[in-house]
Design a protein. Structure first.
Length: 315
């Protein structure tokens, strides 16, 4: 298992290299530039701006220079936020996006698994139909609709929660409730549906019938046999889901004014802030590949066959 993990970690490097290379050239070859929206300036001033950021150099040289900066952990200066570097902007905003994503996914996982299992155990009941109908509705309605409706109902009408803000405001943790629930809604729906389908399939398997024939209690069967086997598809889903819930929080951060990295991602794309775009892409990509690695490790812990096959391949 240890060799398998080391092998997978080594495989992350070429993946990130390809992502960085493609992103760099796609951004640089796109029409426009970081200074195209500036007020009309003299050619001398524009030449000085390009020289300051090494943009007067040939593109391959810029690329090699950027790779060298990344290896040193330097994502470069922000073209539009002139008093800050990309490292500083990401360091300030990324913890907020991660916190929101972790809370949202935790809520989605806990309630999704609980309702999915209950629906599977009570197939074709009122609870089953209600749970699956709500899950389908949660997948169908986009977040840019759910967010404003939640603000209208819970903040403006009922006045239970603040309309926007973050935990650094005077409202504290109450500001996290609406964005976390809204962001986690589609992931809750997917986990609910995955859990129900997986539990139903597991309950019909031969080893569950054997466990019941041995006289094991239903609670023991559910915890030691059904739940462990049924969680495998859910665990596989959690890796991309975590990356998606962090990178997909852009809309929610805009609606609820969360000071996360999504705001910088949108602004950098609009302003053609090359270094900030690249910085956010690198961070998002790193989250995705690392979470996929974590999921593979968890999958091996839940299913011993994965570790066995890996060990056999390496030998």
């Amino acid at each position: 298992m240890r060799k398998y993990i080391i092998k997978r970690i080594a495989g992350l490097i070429p993946t990130l290299f390809v992502i960085i290379t493609l992103s760099f050239f796609m951004i640089r070859l796109a029409p426009g530039g970081p200074f195209s929206s500036e007020k009309k300036v003299t050619p001398e001033i524009m030449e000085n701006l390009l020289r300051k950021y090494h943009m007067d150099e040939p593109l391959p040289k810029q690329y090699l220079r950027y790779l060298g900066d990344i290896l040193r952990g330097d994502l470069g200066p922000s073209f539009k936020n002139k008093d800050y570097t990309v490292n500083e902007l990401i360091a300030v905003s990324m913890p907020h996006s991660l916190l929101l994503g972790v809370i949202s996914l935790a809520i989605a996982f806990v309630f999704g698994v609980a309702i999915g299992m209950t629906s599977a155990l009570k197939q074709n009941s009122v609870f089953d139909y209600a749970g699956m109908s709500f899950a389908s509705l949660a997948l169908a309605v986009p977040l840019f609709v759910v967010g404003p409706v939640a603000v209208l109902v819970f903040a403006m009408k009922l006045k239970w929660l603040p309309t926007s803000g973050w935990i650094t405001d005077r409202e504290g943790w109450r500001t996290v409730i609406m964005p976390a629930l809204t962001l986690g809604l589609p992931y809750f729906a997917s986990i609910t549906r995955l859990t129900r389908a997986s539990v139903v399939e597991t309950l019909r398997s031969d080893y569950i019938r054997t466990a019941r024939a041995k006289g094991l209690r239903d609670s023991v069967i559910m915890v030691k046999h059904v739940l462990k086997g049924a969680l495998l598809p859910v665990v596989s889903y959690l890796g991309p889901a975590f990356a998606g819930i962090v990178t997909g929080s852009v809309v929610i951060e805009q609606i609820f004014l969360v000071p996360g990295i999504g705001n910088f991602f949108v602004k950098s794309a609009l302003n053609r802030d090359y270094t900030l775009i690249m910085g956010t892409v690198i961070v998002y990509s790193a989250i995705l590949v690392v979470m996929n690695l974590v999921v593979d490790i968890l999958y091996g812990l839940l299913d011993p066959r994965v570790s066995y096959v890996s060990a056999q391949d390496e030998s």
